[in-house]
Ligand binder design. Structure first.
Ligand code: HEM
Length: 171
């Protein structure tokens, strides 16, 4: 989409959003791209990721994420709700099909060029799931590029990098 049209559609989206979500207007939409992962206990891997932050007329954004391997095989997915109190405090509640739930809280930083979300989560795992006790997520949006990072404390390891991805705005 030409830059002028995109600015115009972001402006009209910001007018529809509930006031607490206006600082997050640049994030609303679908993002896709490639990522790489690893952990001290596993072999490195790559994936394709698609994330959507959707406004549904309520004062939160609906978050959905899907990933696939290079051959198109489904990998991890997750979904939840992103809440913003309006003053830079964020809350993200997430359900994972691997048997974990994440309760994340953190901060939103915005300047003319960059939007940065930093979230620290307490994690609960079901009795048969891999043990994950905490995650730290960063989403950094600059122009039409969204960089994501996920560190985790899991399976007896201290906080270590699991995922990094670079996504671009779709549509
Ligand atoms: C982009 C999303 C993700 C992808 C593509 C991904 C992929 C993988 C892969 C390929 C493995 C190694 C094979 C396996 O054990 O199944 C793995 C392991 C693991 N992942 Fe993820 N993962 C993602 C997100 C997450 C998240 C959000 C968490 C935690 C909240 C998580 C926690 C774990 C754990 C605990 C292991 C097992 C480590 C071990 O057994 O030593 N993953 N992940």
């Amino acid at each position: 989409m030409p830059l002028g049209h995109r600015r115009e559609s972001l402006r009209s989206l910001a007018m529809e959003l509930t006031p607490n979500l206006v600082p997050l207007s640049r994030l609303v939409g679908t993002w896709a791209g490639d990522g790489s992962g690893g952990y001290p206990t596993i072999s490195p891997f790559t994936y394709h990721e698609e994330i959507t932050f959707a406004f549904v007329g309520k004062p939160f954004l609906v978050y959905t994420q899907r990933t696939r391997g290079a051959d198109g095989t489904p990998m991890h997915m997750e979904s939840g709700y992103l809440r913003h109190t309006g003053d830079g405090h964020l809350e993200l509640v997430l359900a994972l099909p691997t048997g974990q739930v994440e309760l994340a809280e953190g901060s939103l930083d915005a300047d003319a060029d960059t939007l940065t979300l930093e979230l620290d989560a307490r994690v609960w795992s079901t009795s048969t799931a891999k043990d994950v006790s905490a995650t730290r997520r960063t989403y950094r949006l600059s122009g039409d590029t969204l960089d994501t990072v996920l560190d985790m404390e899991a399976v007896g390891e201290s906080m270590s990098r699991h995922l990094e991805s670079r996504l671009v705005r779709q549509g």
